[in-house]
Ligand binder design. Structure first.
Ligand code: AMP
Ligand code: ZN
Length: 138
């Protein structure tokens, strides 16, 4: 994707603060950190969202995510971390190249929380569960 900023980083046309790279994945510091060490893990193949990504690539991304998370825990004196993946503009995705944020929590630095949670009406949870499970079985 020639107009994708993350593809340009992968190609070396835009610099990044690289943490790790292998054949399938790249990890680098987010330029606008929520906290010190805020890292992005991306596949080198251009996919816009998680549901479009092939399982083999996601396995490689998962391995890099795990290794980088461990490095953050070992290297920084953090008290936890959030892994966030925004999919689609409605979900807040600004760069349309699949990426996972690893956001360390330290002291009173900003911490990611889910939007306010509600509850299902009677029967609604089972209807939604069945709809999703049926889609998966196809
Ligand atoms: P999202 O809202 O999930 O699409 O997040 C995109 C992230 O990419 C933001 O947190 C940006 O700060 C980050 N970002 C955008 N351009 C760059 C860049 N050139 N280098 C590092 N991070 C970037
Ligand atoms: Zn891309």
């Amino acid at each position: 994707m020639t107009d994708c900023i993350f593809c340009k980083i992968i190609a070396g046309n835009i610099p990044c603060a690289k943490i790790y790279e292998d054949d399938a994945t790249l990890a680098f510091l987010d330029i606008g950190p929520c906290s010190d060490g805020h890292t992005l893990v991306i596949p080198k193949k251009h996919y816009e969202t998680l549901d479009q990504c092939d399982p083999e690539t996601m396995a490689a991304v998962g391995e890099t995510l795990t290794n980088v998370a461990l490095a953050l825990v070992n290297a920084l004196d953090i008290h936890g971390y959030n892994v966030v993946c925004n999919n689609g503009s409605q979900a807040g995705q600004e760069v349309p190249h699949l990426h996972f944020h690893i956001i360390p929590c330290k002291g009173n630095q900003k911490c990611v929380k889910l939007a306010s949670q509600g509850q299902y009406a009677p029967g609604q949870m089972e209807n939604i569960r069945k709809t999703i499970a049926d889609a998966l079985a196809r």
